[in-house]
Design a protein around this ligand. Structure first.
Ligand code: AHR
Length: 306
């Protein structure tokens, strides 16, 4: 064992508990970067040999990575699917090879028997929560612009659906513009600039609903550059709860965020281990978080930015 090796002054690694492949989307947002770091750290803590592959936002790279994990004979695969569709073939290949696949964070539009489980938040609930907060805050009267996430991703599709399902109950809440900012800060800024131009310099806009914090932070910059006060002239609600958004909330620049838990490695590895031991694993292991407001933002920022 490694302990014996150390005692004898020899250096050899302990046999890894499991070899797991992880196909990650990329590093488009602060949340994604923390999720990657958290999953890598959890693998290390457990002595798991993690094969990491960064797809740089491309589904074709993810498909290649999954095939390479299958060829290496891994014990399991973590897949964070960039978009929802187009996974059936490669998931079938993993299943035929007897390798369990855990969907981490995002979902797919494929038959449930092609993967072991999904470890993820309910994005529809997140969207609904954002809309419920906004409806209460504006007494049900508001013209909203929406910054959507990556086109075709479950995170964007479901956050849109959840938000719309609640605002459809309020006849005076209207989504006046909606466009993708690709979950990036620069995308959020660019799209917000075009919204401001199209909407009378921003005078027509009551609130911004951003599918993630990074796009909200980009929008904050655009709103400031247009000479307006974000958080005051326009309400801003977003999703993720990254440290920077707490700083923005504490400064009065944004108004609410919904937490997306980035620590998805533990439950994903547990699920693979359980499946290997022949135990039943539920099809969806949910990881939903609460809504945070400016009153606790300074304290949260202090704790989270350490
Ligand atoms: O799939 C989750 C989303 O992906 C996060 O909300 C966003 O920040 C990330 O890029």
């Amino acid at each position: 064992t490694a302990a014996m090796g150390v005692a004898l002054g020899l250096s050899f690694a302990a046999h890894a508990e499991m070899m797991i492949g992880f196909s990650q989307i990329g590093s488009e947002s602060g949340w994604r970067t923390s999720e990657t770091a958290s999953i890598k750290a959890e693998a290390e803590r457990r002595g798991i040999d993690l094969k990491f592959s960064d797809a740089q936002q491309k589904q074709e790279n993810q498909i290649k990575a999954v095939r390479s994990f299958i060829a290496q004979g891994v014990d399991g695969i973590l897949l964070a699917p960039v978009v929802e569709t187009g996974w059936d073939q490669v998931l079938k290949e993993a299943k035929d090879a007897g390798i369990p696949v855990v969907l981490v964070d995002r979902g797919v539009d494929a038959s449930e028997d092609l993967y072991l489980t999904k470890v993820a938040s309910d994005f529809v609930v997140e969207g609904a929560l954002a809309a419920a907060w906004l409806a209460a805050e504006t007494n049900g009267v508001c013209d909203v612009v929406e910054l959507q996430g990556t086109v075709g991703s479950s995170a964007a599709n479901d956050r849109k659906e959840g938000f719309e399902s609640v605002v459809s109950n309020f006849p005076a809440i209207n989504i006046i513009r909606s466009q993708s900012g690709d979950f990036t800060r620069s995308g959020g800024k660019e799209v917000m600039e075009s919204f401001l131009k199209a909407e009378n310099g921003g005078a027509n806009i009551c609130a911004v609903y951003a599918h993630n914090d990074d796009m909200a932070l980009g929008a904050v910059q655009a709103i400031k550059e247009a000479g307006l006060n974000p958080g005051e002239d326009m309400l801003i609600v977003s999703i993720d709860a990254v440290p920077d958004i707490f700083k923005a909330m504490a400064d009065g620049d944004t108004n609410a965020t919904i937490e997306l838990n980035p620590h998805l490695g533990g439950p994903s590895f547990d699920a693979i281990k359980a499946a290997k031991a022949g135990e039943e694993v539920p099809k969806w292991i949910k990881a939903n978080g609460p809504l945070y407001l400016p009153d606790t933002a300074a304290e949260e920022y202090k704790m989270r930015s350490k």
